[in-house]
Unconditional design. Structure first.
Length: 351
C-alpha cells in the first residue's frame, strides 16, 4: 500500500498568507480571462501563443525545442519528417487542445479524459500503470518517492482526485488546483508523460471551473524558471507536510504568469489592429477579415498553405506577399523549396 493520503488534505486552506496570495492570483487571472473574453475570434488570435506553453513544458522534461521551431514546423514539414523533440512538443500542443475541447464539451474532468491526453503525449506507452516497480528518483538516482504500485490503488486514488476536482467545495479554485497537481504528480499514474499531463491538467482545471476561458496561461514557463524550487516543494509536501509553501508557490506562479500572458495578449491584439489598418489602407483589394484572421492564426505563411486556407488564387497571394516584403512589412526566408513569410513583430511577441 502507498502512504499517499486521499483528498482533501489535512491542512489549513484558510491560512491568512494563503488567502492573501490566492486573492492576488485570482485578481490577475480574472483580468487575463476578461481580456481574452473581450477579444473577437480569440481562439484564432491566441492559438499561436500556446506554442510557448508546449515548449516550456517539454523543456522541463529535457525535450528541447524553440517556440519558433514549433510554429514553423506546423506549416512547413510533414509530421513523419520531424525530429523527435519537435514531434513530442507538437504532441503536447495537440494534447492540450484535445483536453480543452473534451472538458468544454463534457463539463467535467475525469480519468478517462486524463488518459486521452496522456495517449497523445505517449502513444507507445499510454494508459494506467499495471505493473509494479515504478519509483521517482532525483537527478542523482536516489529514490525520493514510491508512488502507488497496484493498478487498483492507482485507480482508487484517481477516482478520489476526480471527485475532488469536480466537486463544489468552498476551497478556492486556485488552492484546489495546487493541491490537485501535487496529488496527480504523486499518484504518478502512467509509465511516462506524467509531468506534461499534470501541467496540462492544471490549465484544464481552471477551464473546467470557468476561471480561464482559453488554455493560454503560461504556467510551465514559471515552473521551468523555478524548476529546483518546484521539485523541492513537491518533495517537502511528502516528507514534511509542507502544504503551505507549495500552495503559495503555485499561487505566485498563477499571478506572475497571468500578468505576463495578459501583456502578450494585449500586444498581439494591438498588432492585429495595426495590421487591419495596413491592409485596408495599403492593400484594400487584398483585405478581408478572413485574411487578417489567417495572418494571426499562424506565425509563418507559405504561398501553398495560404492558398489552401483562403479562397484566393496563388498568383494573387504571391503578388501581395511580395509587396509586403518589398515594403518591409513582412520578411521571408527559404526553407527547402518553400518561401516562408512572417511578420517580425508577431514573432517577437511569440518568442
Amino acid at each position: 500500500m502507498s502512504d499517499l493520503s486521499i483528498l482533501p488534505p489535512n491542512f489549513n486552506t484558510d491560512d491568512v498568507d494563503i488567502l492573501k496570495k490566492a486573492l492576488e492570483a485570482n485578481i490577475a487571472l480574472a483580468e487575463l480571462n476578461g481580456l481574452i473574453y473581450s477579444l473577437p475570434n480569440y481562439d484564432l488570435l491566441l492559438q499561436p501563443l500556446t506554442a510557448r506553453e508546449a515548449v516550456a513544458s517539454s523543456e522541463i522534461e529535457n525535450i528541447r525545442t524553440t517556440t519558433l521551431d514549433i510554429l514553423q514546423a506546423e506549416i512547413t514539414r510533414e509530421s513523419s519528417l520531424l525530429p523527435s523533440a519537435l514531434k513530442e512538443t507538437l504532441n503536447y500542443k495537440d494534447a492540450l487542445f484535445v483536453g480543452y475541447n473534451l472538458v468544454k464539451n463534457k463539463g467535467f474532468l475525469a480519468t478517462n479524459i486524463v488518459v486521452e491526453i496522456q495517449k497523445i503525449l505517449e502513444p507507445a506507452k499510454y494508459g494506467i500503470r499495471t505493473q509494479m516497480g515504478t519509483v521517482i528518483a532525483d537527478g542523482y538516482g536516489n529514490i525520493v518517492h514510491t508512488p502507488p504500485q497496484k493498478e487498483s490503488e492507482i485507480r482508487d486514488l484517481m477516482d478520489n482526485l476526480d471527485s475532488y476536482i469536480n466537486d463544489n467545495s468552498e476551497v478556492d479554485v486556485l488552492i484546489k488546483m495546487a493541491i490537485s497537481h501535487y496529488q496527480f504528480e504523486s499518484i504518478h499514474p502512467f509509465y511516462d508523460g506524467n509531468g506534461r499531463t499534470g501541467r496540462i491538467l492544471m490549465i484544464l482545471h481552471l477551464v473546467l471551473l470557468k476561471r480561464l476561458h482559453y488554455p493560454v496561461l503560461f504556467l510551465s514557463g514559471y515552473i521551468l524558471s523555478q524548476k529546483e524550487d518546484y521539485y523541492r516543494l513537491l518533495q517537502e509536501v511528502r516528507t514534511k507536510n509542507n502544504w503551505k509553501e507549495w500552495v503559495l508557490f503555485i499561487l505566485e506562479g498563477v499571478r506572475i504568469q497571468s500578468l505576463e500572458t495578459a501583456k502578450k495578449v494585449k500586444q498581439i491584439s494591438d498588432l492585429k489592429l495595426n495590421w487591419k489598418k495596413i491592409l485596408k489602407q495599403e492593400y484594400p483589394q487584398f483585405y478581408s477579415v478572413e485574411i487578417l484572421d489567417y495572418l494571426f492564426n499562424f506565425a509563418f505563411y507559405t504561398q501553398t498553405h495560404m492558398s489552401d486556407k483562403i479562397d484566393l488564387s496563388r498568383p494573387t497571394i504571391v503578388k501581395y506577399l511580395d509587396l509586403m516584403v518589398l515594403n518591409n512589412q513582412m520578411k521571408e526566408k527559404k526553407v527547402g523549396k518553400e518561401r516562408l513569410f512572417f511578420i517580425p513583430q508577431f514573432l517577437e511577441i511569440l518568442s
